[in-house]
Design a protein. Structure first.
Length: 257
């Protein structure tokens, strides 16, 4: 078996972080044990989604076969790169993302104002409000229980004010809905039951627009389900990846007959 065939049978799972920019941690990567995995920390200060996609393209340039797994803002970046149809991309997993900015105008204005907030106001005001938006009624009883203060701490530890403001700016006018048919790989949407940040309409638009897309709704989860339900979230991804490799193997077997 050639190196390229091995890669197709076991593509690298490339995990793209959420808005905090923090790389996936050990608990979130545990369901992928035994598989090739690549994770990363998002760069700070980039105020354009296409520039984030450029960064991601550099991270996967040496891979023969890979699946992009984007969470929240990472889903937006992953979708943007997938629209370029890069070589080696064999599958796409999107959770908590969108094809067009779903935030009401007033939230966008409030978020962009964070660039003018001094350190204490950013940490105690902006990030507390953001944590409130991320939280779900299911978080306290989750596999890994979380509270709003845990989400705020995630951002305090990983997201400088300049990075937060730049990422907000990058999605204000983001809208690729008319380009969704250009995605050329099987796509899985993982949707939480309760998402007060992004909402149900965003997932419906992506599902309707991408030709080879399907959706799995994880019951009893919220927007931060990668953190609160890492086992369920990870198994959903590995099931999808296994389906990709099974389909690929069956296709080669049919071609050989």
């Amino acid at each position: 078996m050639s190196t390229n065939e091995q890669s197709l049978n076991d593509p690298t799972i490339v995990t793209v972080p959420c808005f905090s920019g923090a790389p996936w941690d050990a608990a979130q990567l545990a369901p992928f044990a035994g598989r090739p995995v690549r994770t990363m920390r998002l760069p700070g200060g980039l105020d354009d989604v296409e520039r984030h996609a450029d960064f991601l393209a550099d991270q996967v340039a040496d891979l023969d076969a890979y699946v992009l797994v984007g969470d929240s803002f990472g889903a937006v970046i992953s979708l943007t790169l997938a629209l370029r149809r890069p070589p080696g991309l064999v599958g796409l997993v999107l959770s908590g993302g969108f094809a067009a900015n779903p935030l009401p105008a007033w939230k966008g204005v409030a978020a962009r104002a964070s660039r003018f907030a001094p350190g204490p106001l950013y940490r105690q005001g902006t990030l507390r409000f953001h944590a409130f938006q991320l939280a779900s009624k299911f978080d306290a009883a989750a596999e890994v229980p979380h509270r709003q203060r845990d989400y705020r701490r995630l951002f305090v530890d990983n997201t400088p004010r300049v990075s937060y403001s730049a990422r907000v700016t990058s999605v204000i006018s983001f809208d690729v809905r008319d380009r969704l048919p250009e995605v050329g790989v099987p796509t899985l949407l993982i949707t939480p039951e309760d998402d007060r940040l992004v909402g149900e309409q965003a997932a419906r638009e992506v599902l309707a627009g991408i030709p080879d897309a399907r959706e799995v709704v994880l019951p009893g989860t919220g927007h931060m389900f990668r953190f609160t339900h890492p086992s369920l979230y990870g198994r959903t991804i590995t099931d999808f990846v296994e389906g990709l490799t099974t389909t690929e193997s069956a296709g080669r077997l049919g071609a050989d007959r």
